[in-house]
Write a protein that binds this ligand. Structure first.
Ligand code: SAM
Ligand code: SF4
Length: 308
């Protein structure tokens, strides 16, 4: 399905929980508030089934910390059984060492692990937890079991900015395939943390110079740089960036049952909780959810647009 701004809808981002075992000072919580209701595995799979009918073929699981959901492995298995081509997850990696193999067996295709530091000290300053070594173990397990490509997310801010180039080195040594250098978004706690924002301009200029190839990804038109080692560095700069929004192919399912059309917008949402909780047959629920998707696609609009 294409929205009225010509953007295809291809990707469903599902928040599985708001609970987290870390306290990152900038956490945007996927732009969600309130979690009086937590969608069940059945709710999630039903919405995913309907999304699939709209041509959506890739799912990203997120949170909170998705590995804290006890039914995570079953959710992944259910998504693959629905026929999703690409099922991936973003995690803080704390529980990954023991989960990686189970997730791989359930069909998880690939993984993003957030690692915002190259040392125990900075890691703790950012996440509030002394877990750097443990997350590194998790990353190694993901590589070992073949959850590839393994990508690392690094949200750049004043506490870790000086570590970016060492982070690239560390990633190369670990053997990960790709890293994402992400601009801090002013959403959730990110609003307060925005004073520590870095626009990534200088960092990107330097990376471009040392790279051997530049590519532009279809999703968000994100620039990617291939380094001589083969490591891919993707630069994620959404803030006040109309080009990024023009390439947005994503819709979000919030943990409390809303179709959220944009990370930044709290108004552009369709509440589907009544449908999910309603005493309807599954066929009727599917029909109603389909209509909700149609409305969500109709109201979807880029948050940052060029002014004419
Ligand atoms: N707990 C998991 C994790 O940290 O990877 C998944 C949820 S987290 C909200 C999803 C991604 O958003 C992570 O890579 C995290 O670093 C990133 N993130 C969180 N707050 C952010 C912010 N204010 N700006 C940019 N990225 C942010
Ligand atoms: Fe937890 Fe992820 Fe938010 Fe950090 S960014 S507090 S790990 S949900």
């Amino acid at each position: 399905m294409i929205d009225r701004f010509g953007r295809p809808l291809e990707d469903l981002r599902i928040t599985l929980t708001h609970v987290c075992n870390f306290e990152c000072f900038f956490c945007h919580m996927e732009g969600e508030e309130g979690d009086n209701y937590i969608l069940s595995k059945e709710d999630i799979l039903l919405v995913a089934k309907v999304a699939k009918n709209f041509g959506i073929n890739s799912v990203k699981l997120t949170g909170g910390e998705p590995t804290l959901r006890r039914d995570l492995v079953e959710i992944v298995r259910g998504l693959k059984q629905l026929g999703y081509r690409d099922v991936s997850m973003t995690t803080n990696g704390f529980l990954l060492k023991d989960l990686a193999y189970k997730l791989k067996l359930a069909g998880l295709d690939r993984i993003n692990v957030s690692l915002h530091a190259i040392s125990r000290e900075t890691f703790k300053k950012i996440t509030g937890v002394d877990a750097f070594d443990r997350v590194i173990e998790g990353i190694k397990s993901a590589i070992d079991v073949g959850l590839v490509p393994v990508k690392l997310n690094f949200v750049v801010n004043r506490r870790n900015r000086e570590e970016v180039f060492k982070f690239i080195e560390l990633s190369q040594n670990l053997g990960v395939n790709e890293i994402h250098l992400i601009e801090l978004h002013p959403v959730g706690l990110g609003k307060l943390a925005f004073k520590e924002h870095d626009d990534l301009r200088e960092i990107e200029e330097y990376i471009e110079k040392i790279s051997i190839k530049k590519q532009i990804r279809k999703k968000h038109f994100r620039p990617r740089y291939v380094l001589p080692s083969g490591l891919i560095v993707e630069v994620v700069k959404p803030y006040a960036n109309p080009i990024f929004c023009a390439g947005c192919n994503r819709i979000r399912l919030s943990v409390d049952g809303k179709l959220k059309t944009c990370l930044y917008r709290e108004d552009n949402v369709i509440d589907i909780l009544d449908i999910l909780k309603g005493e309807y047959s599954e066929d009727v629920k599917e029909e109603l959810l389909g209509r909700a998707f149609m409305i969500a696609i109709a109201i979807r609009e880029p948050n940052f647009k060029y002014k004419i």
